[in-house]
Design a protein around this ligand. Sequence first.
Ligand SMILES: [Zn+2]
Length: 167
Amino acid sequence: MSKKAKTVTLILSSLILAAIAAGGYWLLQETKPQTCEICQRHIHEHSRAVLLLGKERVAVCCVRCGITHNVQAGKPGELVEVTEYLSNKPMKPEAAVYVEGSRVSLCDAHEGAMMDQTKRPFNLVFDRCEPSTYAFAKREDAQAFVRKNGGKLLSWEELRKEAELKP
Ligand SMILES: [Zn+2]
């Protein structure tokens, strides 16, 4: 190999190394675990939602957690973004179809520490993320999910109405 070729090879390999390092860093940032600002649970990529509290955009673990917070706070924040369960893509809440109360519960049992004195998980008694509620872009997909996992279909309007009715 000529001296020039060696230099070129050296430069190329350091460039590649730099690219790999940058890629790794990016990946680390992207996959950094996010926690729900309301219940501190890990935010699952299938169920993430964004709540507008005042002027702040707050990432929450699921649609249900955001709604429960609204009910508890008595001053509803606005859900401004939900995640499509199948594609993990963000979408507008009013454009989605929801499946409530299926057997799938992504927010379930994340924390071994969440036990009461009887050593039973709190979520058997009360879980702010239950009944689980997930968003789908297509009604057919939501129906297929219900056939497989149970639960019922709700439109955005129905979901909101239900949340308002809760004490
Ligand atoms: Zn939460």
